[in-house]
Each structure stands twice: as structure tokens, then as C-alpha cells.
Design a protein around this ligand. Structure first.
Ligand code: ZN
Length: 241
């Protein structure tokens, strides 16, 4: 199923459990899905990719009841992750990329999300702090659909907003964070602006010529202006220093 999801509203409730983190977590607690192949010249390998920080056998046990760890496309997912443009990588320090179905997302959706960004390690029982904190999950379905690179970029967008934009300010607009300014640019009566913003990263940073996988843009018939895409690129440049 080409389904991506709105995690944010539910996660807002969950985030009350971690008030200290709420401010930075709201949009990025979990997210998912979408689109593009990232092809940037000479991407640098991400430090944590091969570190093996997560014990997968333990994770499989911890999330029993869901087909969480797949792994058939783990190498593919890592290869895609290694094409993430260098300018986005400051948001991905220590981030693990996992081929599988995120346990919390799977429980919420009743299905395997194409992608999930999980900064805090949420499990299906609404506990958090698990060993997969700071991870991006890409499902085998997303890989088979040819959308892994776009989905990765969408999830990376959530990570960038979460890790780089919350406490970063444009020089002329010092009273409002870059994150909040961009959220305002994606305000929508039905769609979650955090998801639209993550889709915009696919537009802003993809390098392939195939149709983009932008689930939320498609669902809500949304288009981003050239100006706002440029603003996102400028924000990445400003906030990743
Ligand atoms: Zn998302």
C-alpha cells in the first residue's frame, strides 16, 4: 500500500510524556514516507551507518507481534542513505537506517509505513527510549516500489527540521525560529504542515529524473512555490553550520 502517515498528532499526545523534549519533538517525533532518489555528487558516508549500534536480535524480540526487522534490503537502504547530500548530514549524527517496519508506526497504522523517523525510540506499547532512538526506518515495500530514495529524503527532512531548525534563526527574523517560519509556509486546513514540509525536502534535494514520491503533496494536491523551496535550501545552509 502506498500509504504514508500522519504521526504527528498522535505523537503530540505522546510527547506530553516527555515535556522537556516537547518543544523540539513536536514535528519530528515520528514521521514517514515519501520520495526521491538523492543523488548528490560525492556524498560523504554517514559515520554511524556501519557502526552496528543496534542489536537487531534484541530489537526483533522487543517488538514481537509485528514484522519489524526485515533486513532483506538493509544494504540497499544503507546504499541509499549514503547518497544523502552532505549538506543534510549534520542532522544525521548517529542516525541508524533500518530496513523494516517501525513498531510504533506499525501499531498505529495497522500496516507497515514506507518510512519513519524516530528520534526517541518509540515502541508499539507507547514506551520510548528504546535502543532504536535516532533511527530512520524504510520498509521493503518502499524499496520494491522504487521509492526508497524519496522516502529517505522525506524522513531526513523530518530529522533536519527536528535537529537543525528548532533553534536556528534567519538574521532578519530573529524572533521566530526557522522551523516555525517554515511551518507557517506550509500551513494547510487539512494536512499536517510537518509532513508537507518533509515532502518539500524531496522537491528541494532530489537529483533523479523520475516522478517524485511526495505522498502528502499528492494527497492534498499541494504545490510548493519556488520561493519556499529556495527558503528550505537557504535554511539548510544557514542552520547546518
Ligand atoms: Zn513524514
Amino acid at each position: 500500500m502506498n500509504q504514508t502517515f500522519l504521526m504527528v498528532e498522535s505523537m503530540l499526545k505522546l510527547s506530553k510524556l516527555v515535556p522537556l523534549l516537547t518543544a523540539v519533538s513536536i514535528t519530528a517525533l515520528l514521521a514517514m514516507v515519501l520520495v526521491v532518489r538523492i543523488g548528490h555528487a560525492e556524498p560523504k558516508p554517514i559515520d554511524a551507518l556501519a557502526a552496528g549500534r543496534i542489536n537487531y536480535s534484541t530489537l526483533r524480540d522487543a517488538t514481537s507481534g509485528h514484522a519489524t526487522i526485515d533486513g532483506r534490503y538493509q544494504e540497499h537502504v544503507l546504499a541509499v542513505a549514503n547518497t544523502i547530500p552532505a549538506r543534510l548530514q549534520p542532522a544525521l549524527k548517529g542516525t541508524d537506517f533500518i530496513n523494516g517496519c517501525h513498531p510504533w508506526s506499525t501499531k498505529q497504522l495497522g500496516d507497515c509505513a514506507y518510512g519513519t523517523y524516530d528520534p526517541e525510540g518509540w515502541d508499539h506499547d507507547d514506551t520510548h527510549g528504546h535502543q532504536w532512538a535516532n533511527s530512520i526506518w524504510i520498509s521493503s515495500q518502499a524499496v520494491r516500489a522504487g521509492t526508497a530514495s524519496d522516502v529517505v529524503l522525506h524522513e531526513v527532512g523530518h530529522a533536519v527540521v527536528h535537529n537543525l531548525f528548532s533553534d536556528c534563526y534567519f538574521p532578519q527574523q530573529a524572533e521566530t525560529s526557522v522551523k516555525n517560519l517554515l511551518m507557517q509556509s506550509f500551513a494547510h486546513p487539512q494536512a499536517d504542515p510537518a509532513e508537507l514540509l518533509a515532502d518539500a525536502f524531496v522537491i528541494a534535494f532530489n537529483t533523479h529524473s523520475r516522478d517524485l514520491h511526495t505522498h502528502y503533496f499528492d494527497d492534498f494536491n499541494f504545490e510548493a512555490s519556488k520561493e519556499v523551496i529556495l527558503k528550505i535550501r537557504a535554511a539548510v545552509w544557514l542552520c547546518s553550520k
